[in-house]
Design a protein around this ligand. Structure first.
Ligand SMILES: NC(=O)c1ccc[n+]([C@@H]2O[C@H](COP(=O)([O-])OP(=O)(O)OC[C@H]3O[C@@H](n4cnc5c(N)ncnc54)[C@H](O)[C@@H]3O)[C@@H](O)[C@H]2O)c1
Length: 411
């Protein structure tokens, strides 16, 4: 069975998952025993955040690269390490699993975690393509497992402020949302490019686990380390960063997936052999609302932000020098009335405190609530938006939701 048949089979057989073991009793003192799949940059950050929470212990880590298994021992010396995630999932004493593998592996790992009856925290974007997103949605909904997608801005206070202003009627009708994300790097250094370590070779990397059913090619350390640059493993900046902002906008405005998308751009600033564009303009069409998102890797002045433009007021969410990999950024959230329609309205600053996204997952695991801050539906709707944008770019046309749902995966 190849990977796509595997995903399709799981989608059709969601009922099978419903019959899987559900939440085991947690360990002594309500202790949550977690496992991690993919102990790279983000996985290690997620792991550190998880074990900071009370009564959480990491007992197992799976990574296809021995260097990463060695490095994670510095963080969790008592955890057992494995190359193949299936060995971790076979363990009965693992309650919940964080997935931080490269994008093209998310769906397979998420479906396997759900099938094993463990709760799941899956890094964004939830999946590499649309059929996988459908499969994960069905499987998660058919299970009793607690799902949190690694869209951590869903737990931010500024989203709570924005939702409240909109619900309180301060914003009015929103026909247009502008959003952008911009970065820069020193001349000669491409955005996202990581050095390939000397030991990144078939002796230390389980290459077949990484390829995971994709057409067999000889070992390629560049693709293994810099998978973000290649369509086969990545969705480029749309799945790396737009997805955070689109999830935020969709949640603020209570939108589902878009009805249509267009995307233009190209590889203009990082001509280093990458396939995914570094310069992007996306338009997403929702019922009576258009969302635009633009992104560049050769100017960081305006950082990252969203402007929700309503008939009665605007919400402006600005992040300064933003680095979504390290998570370091400054943020402000403001409301400005449209004096035409709210003459007595006053400007407001957001003040809602945020919630720790990992802690929110742990709380839900303990209470068995599926209502996490970024449940599977948020992962699904944001993934569909991202994949529609990429399909429009690659097919060089405006793509409707119906066309996107029927589109073949594009490596
Ligand atoms: N939420 C956020 O703000 C945020 C930030 C950065 C990255 N991410 C996401 O986290 C994910 C990982 O990104 P990263 O930068 O850490 O990548 P990375 O390349 O540093 O880490 C991926 C890890 O997965 C391992 N791996 C590869 N194939 C595997 C397999 N079959 N089984 C087990 N392990 C395997 C690799 O050896 C590597 O250690 C991506 O989906 C990315 O989009 C999210």
């Amino acid at each position: 069975m190849n990977r796509r048949e595997f995903v399709g089979g799981i989608a059709a057989g969601a009922a099978v998952i419903a019959a899987q073991p559900t939440a085991r009793a947690l360990g002594a003192n309500n202790r949550i025993r977690i496992g991690l799949i993919g102990a790279g940059d983000r996985g290690t950050q997620d792991l550190k955040e998880a074990i900071k929470q009370p009564d959480v212990e990491c007992v197992a880590v799976a990574d296809a690269y021995s260097r990463r298994r060695d490095a994670v021992k510095q963080v969790v010396p008592n955890a057992e390490t494995y190359d193949d995630p299936r060995k971790l999932l076979d363990r009965k004493d693992v309650d919940a699993v964080i997935i931080a593998s490269p994008l093209h592996l998310h769906a397979e790992h998420m479906l396997a975690v759900l099938a094993s009856g463990k709760d799941v925290y899956c890094e964004k974007t939830m999946t590499w393509d649309i059929p996988e997103a459908v499969a994960c949605l069905h499987a998660a909904n058919a299970s009793k497992q607690v799902v949190q997608i690694g869209l951590q801005h869903e737990s931010d206070g500024d989203l709570a402020d924005t939702k409240k202003w909109i619900q309180d009627g301060l914003v009015g009708k929103v026909a247009m949302v502008e959003s952008w994300m911009s970065r820069n790097t020193p001349h000669g250094h491409g955005q996202w490019v990581r050095p390939v370590p000397d030991d990144c070779n078939p002796e230390h990397v389980k290459w077949d686990l990484f390829l995971d059913g994709r057409p067999k090619i000889p070992f390629d350390g560049q693709k293994f380390i810099n998978w973000r640059l290649y369509w086969e493993f990545s969705g480029g900046n749309v799945t790396e960063n737009m997805v955070h902002q689109i999830a935020w906008i969709q949640t603020a405005l209570n939108l589902k997936e878009p009805l249509a998308a267009t995307m233009s751009g190209g590889v203009f600033s990082e001509p280093d052999g990458r396939q995914v564009p570094d310069t992007i303009a996306v338009t997403l069409e929702y019922p009576e609302t258009v969302v635009v998102w633009q992104s560049t890797f050769s100017n960081s002045h305006f950082g990252l932000g969203e402007r929700i433009l309503g008939s009665d007021g605007s919400v402006e969410h600005i992040s300064g020098a933003t680095d979504m990999i390290t998570g370091k950024y400054t943020s402000s959230i403001n409301y400005y009335p449209e004096k035409l329609n709210r003459p007595s309205g006053v400007a407001l600053k957001g003040e809602a405190p945020g919630v720790n996204h990992m802690a929110n997952w742990m709380d839900c695991i303990r209470s068995r609530s599926k209502n996490t801050n970024a449940p599977v539906e948020v992962g699904y709707n944001s993934a569909i938006a991202a994949h529609m944008a990429n399909l429009a770019y690659r097919l060089k046309k405006r793509i409707t939701l119906e066309e996107a749902m029927a589109a073949k995966p594009m490596y």
